[in-house]
Design a protein around this ligand. Structure first.
Ligand SMILES: [Zn+2]
Length: 85
């Protein structure tokens, strides 16, 4: 996990690199591809952005759309991908 903090599974956000090489949120936890986890926590998400933890874990770049959504914090992240992030 990006912050190396152990947390219960229900409090994690899965981010996945799809087979097409796109990093996206995975609210269902079932998308195929290489996954990385963040705590469902504003501080953890922002720390991961500052450290480029997702890019390093997944080996691909975040889209500007996904980055801006992550920067809005956990409530935006957990809205569920309806806007295509
Ligand atoms: Zn964390």
């Amino acid at each position: 996990m990006a912050c190396r903090t152990e947390r219960a599974k229900g409090t994690l956000v899965r981010v996945v690199r799809t087979p097409a090489g796109i990093i996206t949120l995975d609210p269902t936890g079932r998308m195929p591809g290489r996954g990385a986890y963040l705590c469902a926590d504003d501080a953890c998400i922002r720390l991961a952005l500052r450290r480029s933890a997702l890019e390093r874990a997944l080996g691909a770049a975040l889209s500007p759309e996904l980055r801006s959504r992550l920067e809005q914090g956990v409530s935006a992240v957990l809205q569920g991908g309806r806007d295509g992030a």
